[in-house]
Design a protein around this ligand. Structure first.
Ligand SMILES: [Zn+2]
Length: 88
């Protein structure tokens, strides 16, 4: 039996919403630039729900723990403010 991404998310959380599935696929994996393996996708799904359960927000850019009340982690925040991504 072949499983799709929705099946894998439902293995981890049978009550997963469509929004959860879309956030994991689009924000927590390299898709559409790269296809995660089933194993790495499962790992991201478990990380997503573990973080959600503990009230932790993951960085939108690198998936590390985001700063409190923010969508990015400390490292990405510094890169955005001071690094190569900042306006010159
Ligand atoms: Zn980050």
């Amino acid at each position: 039996m072949q499983m799709n991404v929705i099946d894998i998310v439902h293995v981890v959380n049978p009550k997963a919403s469509q929004d959860d599935v879309e956030e994991i696929v689009w924000s927590r994996t390299p898709y559409p630039f790269g296809m995660p393996s089933a194993k790495s996708f499962y790992k991201e799904v478990t990380r997503f729900y573990r973080a959600k359960k503990n009230g932790i927000r993951l960085c939108d850019f690198c998936n590390n723990i985001a700063m409190t009340g923010d969508i990015v982690c400390n490292k990405c925040d510094n890169l955005l403010k001071n690094g190569a991504l900042a306006e010159r």
